[in-house]
Ligand binder design. Sequence first.
Ligand SMILES: O=C(O)CCC(=O)C(=O)O
Length: 336
Amino acid sequence: MLPSQYLSSLTLAERLYRQQPLLAGQIYSPEVLQFLRDGVIIFPQVMDPDLLDRMDSDLDDLPALAQTSLLHGMIGIDGKADHYEAKVLRNLPKLGITDLRQAGPGLKLNDLNRYFDSARDLAFSAPIIRFLDELFGSAPALIQSLTFWKSSEQSLHQDFSYVHHHSRLGHLAAAWIPLEDISAKARPLVYYKGSHLLESHQFYDWHQGGILASRNTDPGTAAGYGQYLDTLIREQGWTPRIYLPMRGDLLIWHGALIHGGTPMGDASLTRRSYVCHYTAAANHRAMARHRVGEGYDFSEPPSLPESMRPRSLPSRLVSAAGRRMKHLFREGRTHA
Ligand SMILES: O=C(O)CCC(=O)C(=O)O
């Protein structure tokens, strides 16, 4: 995808804000206008405390679930290279991680909204859905959720280069929901206000002018991305903002906002958070399928363990033939 295609996929609200800010000022709420200007907005103390408590108790059960349940064992793992090796929850002990809470920074659990009602309800909380509905001009859809115990240790990036399995790339935003009060020593989130308003010449060239990263990107190009962001930040004079929220707060960022996990601080401290990425439901082929309240859920459905997956017709025919052979063989022996 080229920068021009990205720019033409932006929300109507953003295109209006960029081209006719006075008109946008007449149409949109102060919150959406602030977000369009800064690329980020913080809503203090809007998350339901009972819901946060429910998520806590579900997360308390996770270490045990890693050992016991096949289905829960399928919860996807992501993050740093060693965590990525694990792929699913039940493989973590092979990496020497028996208690998730003791794992180092960078561990991400994917799509807990698929397993826990608390995580689903948090992802579809009214303050998030109401805001995104106005921003996108249509019902929002959850693309993925990530749950962290500790810092992400993710270097600076813009989400659109990595989260791009939806059709209108410019319709992308994320919610950062603290599950505890976040300490400045816990390698908190950092972001650069205003960095989302890129012009077409300001995008990183991942491959032949394209703006999307891929798993096959060569290491030189990936390293160049970090240098490009550093240069852009220096040239634009953007200053880092460190996010130190209280439990109950909510931050929503734009899919092009430069952000990451700070590397400084104490790796042993927790920084429990729940991060959800959203796009607009309109124009998405999965739209009809997963309605949740006022929004839609496009995150990955939980994959069934091998033993529970429906088998293909040829494989069922082979098994039936095998059973028949065994039966005939047994019958032959009885009659002999
Ligand atoms: O929470 C963090 O440290 C960063 C998370 C993040 O960058 C993301 O999910 O896109």
